[in-house]
Design a binder for this molecule. Structure first.
Ligand SMILES: Nc1ncnc2c1ncn2[C@@H]1O[C@H](COP(=O)(O)OP(=O)(O)OP(=O)(O)O)[C@@H](O)[C@H]1O
Length: 525
């Protein structure tokens, strides 16, 4: 039989198929309940003698052996998210919950000459993007701040274990299967070991690798082609919080142009706290806390350890307990979005806003001022316009569900091109031990995103870099690309590329940074 096409979704294994993991535990597959860019998600059970029950607590993620994301995800769970290590950490902090799914095992399988890799993990519930879509694109302020605090704690744990997530977004946040008030940060396929064996990666811009991640939320460092770090995870989180609070982001309409998105984000970061404060939707949904959060993040050095306790305090709110993921409270008659449209000039020129279908959807749901125009657009395209949550008094029809699904599938996917190979020697060893071959290289032409211009290295960054005195990574890189090809066809591609590392540094990176400690900065606001 011909080998599987690289990057393809795996040919499904039959219901009832038995998998044996590396610890010799046997798993029985049930029905498929999800599908990503590369892999399939099956219900699964350790009871191999009977069909998998519909309410089982386990799932198995299955990919072709050649694919990369599951390999990266596995490495994250095996190194950083061991059950005992998480429990010990939680105990030390008196926490009763940490939103990281539990990993239960992994292994390789073969069927009809096709080789698969699998991972067993906790079964989770609905992802928060679905919840947001049903809530008109926004959460209540208290919910946003509670989610923010819980995610800061998850990031604190991950960061202490040498990893960053690098792709925080509502689509990667999932409710618990049994307890819907619990929220888990899932999908570690793009996670990055920023500090292998305690050695922080160097700050190094690489125009060839610019604009990694999910374009809406990716960090300004990632736009410049810098490998992700603790501060970039926190900045991504800040952008997410802002989005959930306001229902849109200033760069929503230019998502197809990464350079413009980068420009808009840089402007927002440069003009904090005003730039974020003025996005407040209403007094009830004020953005002051997120402004302070992003301001703190802006003042972090690339390799600086954030003060997570302080970050949680910045997101403090009187409401305690678990996040309430229900409809946002919108004051009657209030325009839901205060976000200025960066492309308004362009819009005037072209007579129409730009952006991805998702960005249009957000605007349609949340920006009352644009409703007429959006409606017109929707009618032109012959699609029904989903009603904003606050206008909806009936359950959505099947047709509306389909529209949501289609728009969901059109959402920008994450791109990764920064992964250093240098920290993977150990993986290679482990792989050899397990007789697992590395994912195979693919052609460089699959890489995405326009290169960004080279910039001179600033004296400050140079000094910072020397001070960290870290070892430099090897010259090879791993590239993972997710491409959108039509509504239903979404593919991700991973490549190992021989890539010249050019040292190009960002003069402006710290030009907005004031010469005082972040704590002093906060007091000055
Ligand atoms: N632990 C889980 N429990 C229940 N459902 C899950 C779980 N993990 C993923 N899913 C479901 O399966 C779908 C596919 O998940 P997967 O992580 O493979 O890909 P994805 O995150 O949707 O896409 P991408 O390929 O971009 O990462 C998800 O959208 C989700 O609905």
């Amino acid at each position: 039989m011909a080998p599987p096409k690289k990057l393809a979704l795996p040919k499904p294994l039959p219901d009832g198929f038995i998998l044996t993991d590396t610890e010799k535990k046997k798993w029985r597959l049930g029905r498929i309940i999800g599908q990503g860019g590369f892999g399939l998600i099956y219900l699964a059970s350790l009871d191999v003698d009977r069909p998998v029950a519909a309410d089982t607590d386990y799932v198995i993620k299955l990919e072709y052996h050649e694919n990369g994301p599951l390999f990266s995800e596995l490495k994250f769970y095996q190194r950083a998210a061991k059950v005992e290590s998480m429990q010990k950490w939680m105990k030390g902090r008196n926490l009763d919950f940490l939103g990281i799914p539990t990993y239960w095992g992994s292994g390789l399988a073969e069927n009809n000459n096709l080789r698969y890799r699998f991972m067993a993990m906790d079964r989770l519930g609905t992802d928060l993007q679905k919840v947001l879509d049903q809530n008109g694109g926004m959460f209540k302020k208290a919910t946003v701040l509670q989610l923010g605090r819980e995610l800061v704690t998850v990031l604190e744990y991950i960061h202490e274990n040498e990893y960053v997530h690098a792709d925080i977004k509502a689509a990667n946040l999932m409710q618990g299967h049994r307890d819907r008030e619990k929220v888990y940060l899932a999908d570690y396929g793009l996670s990055f070991r920023y500090c292998p064996d305690g050695e922080h990666k160097d700050y190094k811009e690489n125009p060839k690798k610019g604009h990694n991640g999910t374009i809406e939320y990716t960090s300004t460092d990632a736009h410049r082609g810098v490998a992700p770090s603790r501060r970039s995870d926190l900045q991504i989180l800040g952008f997410c919080l802002l989005h959930w609070l306001c229902g849109s982001l200033p760069w929503d309409r230019v998502l197809k142009n990464p350079a413009q998105v980068q420009e808009a984000k840089t402007r927002l970061m440069d003009n904090l706290p005003d730039s974020v404060q003025q996005l407040s939707v209403s007094r009830d949904s004020g953005t002051d806390e997120v402004a302070s959060f992003l301001l703190y993040v802006r003042n972090l050095r690339y390799d600086e350890e954030p003060n997570y306790h302080h970050l949680r305090q910045l997101l403090c709110h009187t409401v305690k307990g678990r996040p309430d993921l229900h409809l946002p409270a919108r004051p009657a008659g209030a325009s839901s979005s205060n976000v200025p449209d960066p492309s308004s000039k362009e819009k005037q020129k072209e007579g129409r806003g730009r952006g991805t279908p998702k960005a249009r959807f957000v605007a349609a749901v949340c920006d009352d001022d644009d409703e007429d125009e959006e409606e017109e657009e929707e009618q032109e395209r012959g699609r029904p316009k989903p009603a904003a949550a606050h206008h909806r008094s009936r359950p959505r029809s099947k047709k509306e569900d389909v529209v949501l699904e289609v728009r969901r599938s059109l959402r920008p996917r994450a791109v990764q091109t920064y992964k250093d190979y240098s920290d993977e020697e150990e993986e290679e060893e482990e792989e050899d031990n397990e007789s697992q071959a590395r994912p195979r290289p693919i052609d460089a032409r699959y890489t995405r995103a326009p290169p960004i211009g080279a910039r001179p290295q600033s004296k400050q960054e140079n000094t910072e870099n020397k001070r960290t005195n870290r070892k430099r990574g090897g010259g090879e890189t791993v590239t993972l690309v997710r491409l959108e090809r039509g509504v239903h066809l979404q593919r991700k591609e991973r490549a190992f590329l021989g890539c010249e590392y050019r040292e190009q540094w960002e003069e402006q990176l710290h030009s907005h940074r004031l010469g005082c400690s972040p704590h002093v900065m906060i007091k000055e606001i």
